[in-house]
Design a protein around this ligand. Structure first.
Ligand code: SIN
Length: 320
């Protein structure tokens, strides 16, 4: 029987990183090896699956750009529309993986699996984690019934909406927080715990149009995150208003709260037509709406993901 293809898109990250010293896990250079080299380094991968490999970018993900996101969205949309493609894997740096995953999820909600994976150790390490993570991601992408944007790291499969990098060093650096992961990958098999993300047919149909819109947008909306902390004032918000910010996300304390002075400045921003979303700096839990709320809540999204949702809403009328 003709096997369906798995597409592997490379964007850089530590998974493609290298150092002259095999014991170096922090001072290496990210995004050095090409995706073809990474794939060829995994014994048996190419013979077990029909693979299609493409280099999208070669970036340290702290430098992730809207240009890379636009290209990635366009390629994911293209490949997921092909009948002979079972799923897509994206290799990515760990630092902003959750943002790219959420961006693709919010924009495309694909009916096929789109699996981001990464590594905490460079490819040159004595025991790199990238090869197993990439192997696991291909397993997820080739699993019948799998769907939507997910992240795979250290054998755990997380939904794009839930996944967060929670550790600076450990191999198991990601968590789904309050939400359980969807699955574990064990010896090239999936142990499913929950439901795959819903595919939004209407959104998927509109995706090509959305991407065309994104490509024609010269400036993405300027949306910034401001944090509450002891002694926080309104100065940053007033400076951002003066700089022409179009949206603000509050990384508030607790249930999305802000110091009186910061709160007052955010109200000035909103009165001036700037959309303000209330999120929390707590890594777990959702901001709960209160009677008399003046700001919308982040609907369970972390501040960085709420920023993406707000950018898309401002950029694509009718979105979200
Ligand atoms: C990056 O995010 O590109 C570098 C760090 C990592 O992948 O762990």
């Amino acid at each position: 029987m003709h096997k369906k293809k798995i597409v592997i898109l490379g964007t850089g990250g530590t998974i493609a990183g290298q150092s002259a010293d095999a014991s170096d896990h922090i001072a290496y250079v990210a995004a050095e090896l090409g995706i073809v080299t990474l794939v060829e380094g995994i014994a048996g991968l190419a013979s077990a699956h029909e693979l299609l490999v493409e280099q999208i970018a070669q970036a340290d993900s702290k430098d992730m750009s809207f240009a890379i996101w636009t290209l990635l969205a366009e390629r994911v949309n293209y490949f997921s529309s092909l009948d002979d493609v079972a799923g897509i894997v994206i290799t990515h740096g760990t630092d902003t993986l959750e943002e790219t995953a959420y961006f693709l999820h919010a924009l495309l909600s694909p009916a096929k699996p789109v699996v981001l994976t990464c590594a905490m150790r460079p490819a040159s390490a004595l025991t790199p984690d990238g090869p197993q993570n990439l192997r696991d991601a291909v397993t997820v992408a080739g699993t019948p019934g799998a769907r939507g944007v997910v992240a795979v790291c250290a054998g755990v499969v997380h939904r794009a909406a839930d996944v967060q990098k929670r550790h600076t060093y450990r191999l198991d650096a990601f968590s789904s927080g309050d939400a359980a992961p969807i699955a574990y990958v064990e010896d090239n098999r999936l142990r499913l715990l929950g439901n795959w993300p819903a595919a939004h047919e209407i959104r998927a149909r509109a995706a090509i149009e959305n991407i065309a819109t994104l490509q024609s947008v010269i400036c993405w909306p300027k949306v910034e995150v401001v944090m509450n902390y002891a002694g926080a004032g309104g100065g940053v918000v007033h400076a951002l208003i003066a700089a022409g910010v179009q949206g603000l996300v509050l990384a508030g304390t607790g249930n999305g709260t802000a110091h009186n002075e910061l709160d007052a400045a955010l109200k000035v921003a909103q009165a001036g037509g700037i959309r303000v979303v209330r999120a929390t700096r707590c890594p777990d839990g959702h901001v709960l709406a209160l009677a008399g709320d003046v700001f919308e809540t982040s609907k369970g999204l972390s501040p960085v993901k709420a920023r993406i949702a707000l950018m898309l809403a401002l950029m694509l009328p009718g979105f979200g």
